[in-house]
Design a protein around this ligand. Sequence first.
Ligand SMILES: [Ca+2]
Length: 324
Amino acid sequence: MALAPIVLDSDPGLDDALALQYLLGTGLWDLKAYTAVGGNAPVEQAFRNARGLARAFGVDGDVPVHRGADRTISRVDSASDFHGPTGLGEEVLPDSKEPDQDEPAPAALVRLSREYEGELTVVATGPLTNVAAALLLDPGTAHRVRRLVFMGGAAQVPGNCTPLAEFNVWADPDAADIVVSSGIPYTMVGLDATHGWRFTHEDLARLDAAGPGQELTARFVRAYLKAYDANHRQSSCPLHDPLAVGVAADESFVTTGTGTVAVECASELGRGQTVYLPEDKAVRFNYPPHILARTRHTGRVALGTGPRDFSAHFTETLLRRPSL
Ligand SMILES: [Ca+2]
């Protein structure tokens, strides 16, 4: 069976790195491009990290790595040191052996949506800057992509970088709002679900025991666990970005609702809040016209963990795909 075409748009980022390894380990996807976006690291650093990860995970030369948009749609700065000085903890990876791609990430997304019209899955695990820029370049992209699955947002739970907002949406709220109101078929995998599937020190022990090819991954996870311990006093870490990749293939890792997502872009306190209007409520409640106008577009929204155990599946899949 032919593998399904996919683009991974990412701001590596420790859990982004794990998401790439996991995606390759599933054996389900034909990764057509790995596109970098600013977020966990500034865009140039994210691009260098993405190039290094392509080499580390053995797809250098097979998977083109594209540099993302050089500024956010919202023109906001979201610098964060949560993922360490390089965005990959303290890791500085050997660069890709390939020349830099000239084609920017948004243009690559538009081109691939044409080449694989109706087939292309896009998974975004950073701010939605590149996806929004692609939609602004060519709004028809929304109707050619099979499905966009993005890690971001918080539908019915608090945020993680402000009381109301999840980081990826907070980092470029206008981009997120362009995406969810574009008509693109989307699944939002936000904190409602990602906080439920976790990676523990016991899982890390499995990587350590696996030996050659998992040392780099173990270092990523160790840095990520440390960040969660230092910042949130948690002894395990959520599998945010890998879960979005998982859901792209199998939605049973989460429970979902159907409804409209609208993003708060204007308010200082509410910036990046994802306002979720379940489809049934939108019909039943007599919302004012400016809210009802938004319900023309709906998406699927992950609302919790599903019946299939993602944490176990994730670690097993990593073990199938060692780094070089
Ligand atoms: Ca990310």
